[in-house]
Design a protein around this ligand. Structure first.
Ligand SMILES: [Zn+2]
Length: 310
């Protein structure tokens, strides 16, 4: 081979490598994660798309609201909201829910009275009809909480506190309240812990429940496919015992970029890696959308303008 040909060949190989790396990079971040089986074939991709596009299936949006929680659950055209982010997220959440066609929530749950969970709740109450509004029975003296009471009153919506072990349904989704507290000092200790069973799949929502709550509910049926990690990945939640009982295939951490609490804590991430749980984080991936047909669970990440703090 002549010298020029060799140089040309080398250039061609480098170009092909650059194109290949670019293609791999772009496709990685297009992000439909096929989670049940690593051997992807075209038929499976088609089936995945069918599940994701079907309006009957369960959809759960873990919304990007920074260092806060907001989770929208949709099943067969009915909606539940768990928490409403910080104060500055409220208007953005309203806009996003309207863009999805939400007019009414069957259930709205404030897990506990901290601002990063109920901050945007007054906007939600003012903009949608709500059949049931659930929160712990703890009256808090701050502006955020008072605004909720004023908004509920203006729309004649009752402030309800469900009992532990009470159950309710939404389309084909079955819910059970595993815990609700009434601690006036440590509001995290009030966190509503809610389990959702949808056909053969299960989901556990924990608010900011610390390990003391986890200990108290260890005797219950905690085993779940998906765990919303407690308190944004704080090391005062997600004890080894609790994690062993839940044994989630997937974990979601709702957490802000570069937050001052150093959430999620490395200890928690290490625990999840050790048991082989796949972790999704709102600080790294934005809003995480889960879809299930009741047997399989699929994840996508979507860009939403719901983080008002950004
Ligand atoms: Zn919180």
């Amino acid at each position: 081979m002549r010298q020029e040909q060799k140089i040309l060949l080398r250039k061609a190989i480098i170009l092909i490598l650059i194109l290949l790396v670019t293609w791999l990079y772009n496709n990685k971040f297009e992000s439909i994660y096929l989670t049940e089986n690593d051997n992807i074939d075209l038929k499976q991709i088609e089936e995945t798309k069918e599940v994701i596009n079907s309006a009957d299936n369960l959809k759960i949006y873990f919304l990007d609201v920074g260092e806060a929680d907001s989770i929208l659950i949709e099943n067969n055209g009915e909606y539940m909201l768990i928490d409403a982010g910080n104060n500055e997220d409220g208007k953005n959440l309203v806009e996003f829910f309207k863009s999805l066609g939400v007019e009414k929530f069957k259930y709205v749950i404030g897990t506990h009275a901290h601002e990063d969970h109920i901050g945007g709740m007054d906007d939600i109450i003012e903009n949608f009809s709500i059949e049931h509004f659930y929160m712990p029975n703890v009256i808090v003296n701050n502006k955020t909480f008072e605004e909720i009471l004023i908004s509920l009153d203006a729309k004649n919506i009752a402030f309800e506190t469900p009992n532990i072990d009470s159950t309710f349904t939404m389309a084909e989704s079955k819910f059970v309240i595993l815990y609700i507290g009434n601690d006036k000092e440590d509001l995290n200790m009030d966190s509503i812990v809610l389990k959702l069973n949808y056909k053969n799949t299960s989901y556990l929502f924990t608010g900011d429940a610390p390990t003391d709550i986890e200990k108290e509910i260890l005797n219950k049926d905690l085993k779940s496919d998906v765990l919303k990690i407690g308190h944004h990945g704080s090391r005062y939640s997600t004890s080894a015992q609790f994690l062993k009982a839940v044994h989630p295939k997937y974990a979601i951490i709702s957490v802000g970029k570069d937050n001052e609490h150093y959430h999620p804590h490395k200890v928690i991430l290490d625990k999840l890696i050790r048991i082989g749980t796949q972790v999704y984080r709102t600080d790294l991936e934005g809003t995480i959308l889960l879809t299930s047909d009741g047997n399989n669970i699929y994840f996508e990440t979507i860009k939403t303008n719901t983080n008002g703090g950004d």
